[in-house]
Ligand binder design. Structure first.
Ligand SMILES: Cc1cc2nc3c(=O)[nH]c(=O)nc-3n(C[C@H](O)[C@H](O)[C@H](O)COP(=O)(O)OP(=O)(O)OC[C@H]3O[C@@H](n4cnc5c(N)ncnc54)[C@H](O)[C@@H]3O)c2cc1C
Ligand SMILES: *[C@@H]1O[C@H](CO)[C@@H](O)[C@H](O)[C@H]1NC(C)=O
Ligand SMILES: *[C@@H]1O[C@H](CO)[C@@H](O)[C@H](O)[C@H]1NC(C)=O
Ligand SMILES: *[C@@H]1O[C@H](CO)[C@@H](O)[C@H](O)[C@H]1NC(C)=O
Ligand SMILES: *[C@@H]1O[C@H](CO)[C@@H](O)[C@H](O)[C@H]1NC(C)=O
Ligand SMILES: *[C@@H]1O[C@H](CO)[C@@H](O)[C@H](O)[C@H]1NC(C)=O
Ligand SMILES: *[C@@H]1O[C@H](CO)[C@@H](O)[C@H](O)[C@H]1NC(C)=O
Length: 630
């Protein structure tokens, strides 16, 4: 494969030739190219060069007295069209290999391949570019779980700091119903975001049908509430109409001026090294190593920061001796601290594709790209010429999307909330769960049930590609899963159990979302296209039981939004990190990535991962008086 070949050739990418004088060379894995230099110690070592990792590395190296090493399991992307051109979207180049769930008991025991990135930039390099904040209550509720300093009001400046919004043309905004509130959008940050410059005519039918079933136009989905329909903000650089990923905005953008920013690619952090309870560095090995143990150490003079994503971070913690005592004992891993919350609380945002056929669909639609070679060639040529083009839309997505509260999804919302409130939370977790983790889940459940009653918080998303399928996303699951090491080999994948659909409230909410999508297709503006809900669904499925019986076989437990496996909550609530994202009971170790979230947002993760890393960078700068922070 082209991509992995390039990765093998570029294992270490120092930022310039101006490496510090007389660097100490430490042994590296034999397959590593030897022209580069690694220092024996860095001020900060970051495990994982995804969204959170690169954002922090950029911000911390603003101080020239600081040195940062990012160790990333994947290579630099090769700039393929499949990465950079939205309409050529091909994320599979950089999927983490061999990752599967264990059989999902709530989903007919299906085993599903679990998707996460293994590439510099992490998810931002291969994701669907949806750049969407959560709702205000999400951050407020995280704060109310005992995380001081977390609220929508505190996050808003960081959302803005993170990004630069480029508006669409006035003509497109008017024709396409694009609206926004400039006061909540950033204008000078590194992440470029904008909108595609094209829409399929059928997306107007969908928009109007959504309006007809109570999903009105939203002025700005980034303003803390988004009940209705809106254009999807996209992590798209409007100057080139290409993906703006963390590799671009937090590495390429600054690399020429940052000799203190080092990136070691295609290497895996195996574990954190400790000096007593102080994190002192990491050991690492080549991602393609045939050895099963770390061979090389590198040291951090201030902190080790974990940013390896929702699967990677709990795995590193467990391998390092931070996790549930029972588990670590089973593998003979010396205990650094017993934190039973590590690897618990796994959540994602399940997805469901609902197929449709049409007697009267409008063309062109997304399907035209696949079936009409003339249209495809024409749109490709227009894209290459910098004109409006379907290639500015992420392949398989259309331009607009809808988010809905539980009240908007179903008039039965009170019954759903009541039944969920009566359920013993312990029934929703694995039988042998630690009592602190149960206490934390109980607190989360209360917070999420409040959100179910709040008409400003989304619980689901609906979308239509304009071709043969609709998508229904479940944003706020109550089911909780686990990530657990299965050996001490850092190159072996952990056991992933989403436990999707094991909580009956999730079944009720998701079925309600399915029905709302069905209602949208039954509204006059969609009926004009002659849609028929197709197999394995169909109009013959009328009861909730019949519908969910098919859903159980169709739901994908993941939208690659895996989170919350090293949750920020008080220790007595099974938390792993404090509100400053410091791992409890040890020093000099933080978690920067999506693992630290308590629970899923009413949105997509990317925008919040960027903003939360901006926030954390400021906290760290203040703590150590870096870059003039004090
Ligand atoms: C295919 C796909 C589509 C998605 N679509 C969207 C979307 O449209 N909108 C949206 O908001 N979100 C989307 N997401 C999710 C979003 O990209 C992630 O939630 C986000 O990237 C998480 O950021 P992070 O920094 O926590 O982790 P990541 O960005 O995943 O970064 C973690 C990095 O750590 C590396 N790593 C893991 N373990 C180790 C180790 N032991 N040593 C060294 N490195 C390690 C990984 O290779 C990875 O690069 C999508 C994700 C995928 C994969
Ligand atoms: C870090 O490395 C430098 C050489 O690059 C060395 O002079 C210094 O003593 C090291 N510091 C620690 C704490 O190991
Ligand atoms: C799933 O597997 C479990 C445990 O092996 C079993 O008890 C259950 O009956 C299975 N469910 C289905 C639907 O096959
Ligand atoms: C925009 O909104 C108007 C008014 O509701 C509607 O007539 C039109 O079809 C919509 N167009 C799109 C592209 O959503
Ligand atoms: C750990 O760090 C603290 C200060 O952060 C220091 O007082 C202590 O001596 C260190 N312990 C070890 C074993 O290095
Ligand atoms: C295919 O696309 C071309 C160019 O846009 C268009 O003229 C033609 O009508 C399309 N054919 C069909 C069958 O839709
Ligand atoms: C977990 O480890 C056991 C014992 O080594 C092995 O048999 C099993 O295949 C592993 N499971 C996965 C999913 O890797």
């Amino acid at each position: 494969m082209r991509s992995s070949l390039l990765g093998a050739l570029l294992p270490l990418v120092p930022l310039s030739a101006a490496a510090p004088a007389e660097p100490v060379k430490v042994p590296r894995h034999a397959t590593v190219v030897t022209r580069q230099t690694l220092l024996s110690n860095y001020t900060f070592i970051i495990a994982g060069g995804g969204i959170a990792g690169l954002t922090l590395a950029d911000r911390l190296t603003e101080d020239p007295s600081v040195t940062v090493l990012v160790i990333e399991a994947g290579p630099l992307d090769a700039g393929q069209d499949g990465i950079l051109v939205p309409g050529a979207y091909a994320p599979w180049y950089y999927f983490w290999p061999g990752l599967n769930t264990v059989p999902q008991t709530g989903l007919n025991n299906r085993t599903i391949s679990a998707i996460t990135a293994q590439v510099v930039g992490g998810g931002s390099t291969i994701n669907a570019m949806v750049y969407l904040r959560g709702d205000a209550d999400d951050y407020n509720a995280w704060g109310a779980l005992g995380n001081s300093g977390w609220s929508w009001a505190n996050m808003l400046p960081y959302f803005k700091k993170a990004e630069t919004f480029t508006p669409p043309s006035a003509a497109l905004a008017a024709a396409g119903n694009i609206s926004w509130d400039d006061s909540v959008r950033g204008h000078s940050g590194p992440v470029q975001f904008s909108y595609p410059n094209y829409f399929y005519p059928g997306s107007a039918n969908w928009w109007n049908a959504a309006n007809e079933v109570g999903l009105p136009p939203v002025n700005d989905p980034q303003s803390g509430s988004k009940q209705g329909v809106f254009w999807i903000p996209s992590a798209l650089d409007a100057s080139t109409m290409t993906r703006n990923h963390a590799r671009r905005n937090h590495y390429d953008r600054v690399k020429d001026s940052r000799p203190n920013y080092h990136l070691l690619t295609s290497n895996v952090v195996g574990k954190v090294l400790f000096n007593g309870k102080n994190a002192s560095g990491v050991c690492y090995l080549s991602t393609t190593s045939t050895s099963t143990a770390c061979s090389s150490n590198v040291y951090a003079t201030k902190e080790v920061i974990l940013a390896a994503g929702g699967f990677g971070t709990p795995k590193i913690l467990q391998l390092s001796g931070i996790g549930r005592k029972k588990l670590l004992q089973k593998f003979g891993i010396p205990l650094v601290t017993d934190l039973p919350g590590v690897g618990q609380n796994l959540q994602d945002q399940p997805t469901l594709s609902v197929p449709y056929t049409f007697t009267n669909n409008v063309v062109p639609n997304y399907g035209s790209l696949l079936t009409n070679a003339t249209y495809n060639a024409e749109q490709h040529a227009r894209y290459d010429a910098g004109q409006s083009s379907a290639y500015t839309l992420v392949s398989s997505l259309s331009s607009n999307i809808g988010v809905l509260s539980l009240q908007k999804a179903t008039s039965s919302y009170r019954q759903i909330i009541k039944a969920a409130a009566l359920r013993d939370p312990a029934l929703s977790l694995p039988a042998d769960v630690d009592e602190t983790v149960l206490a934390g889940y109980t607190a989360q459940r209360t917070a999420i049930l409040k959100q179910f009653a709040n008409n400003d918080v989304g619980v689901g998303t609906v979308h239509w590609s304009t071709a043969d399928s609709a998508l229904v996303y479940h944003l706020k699951p109550l089911s909780r899963g686990t990530v657990t090491i299965n050996s001490t080999n850092p190159l072996e994948n952990p056991l992933i159990d989403f436990r999707t659909g094991t909580d009956p409230a999730d079944v009720a909410v998701y079925t309600a979302l399915f029905r709302k999508n069905r209602a949208l297709f039954a509204a006059p503006s969609m009926q004009a296209l002659g849609p028929t809900e197709a197999a394995p669904f169909g109009a013959q499925l009328t009861t909730d039981e019949q519908i969910y019986a098919v859903m159980r076989d169709q739901i994908n437990p993941s939208n690659a939004h895996q989170c919350c496996t090293a949750a920020m909550m008080p220790l007595e609530l099974g938390g792993v990190v404090s509100s400053e994202q410091k791992v409890y009971n040890v020093r000099r170790l933080r978690v920067a990535d999506i693992s630290a979230w308590p629970f899923q947002l009413s949105g997509a993760p990317m925008a919040t991962v960027y903003a939360a890393a901006e926030r954390l960078a400021d906290l760290i700068k203040k703590e150590y008086c870096l870059a003039g922070a004090c």
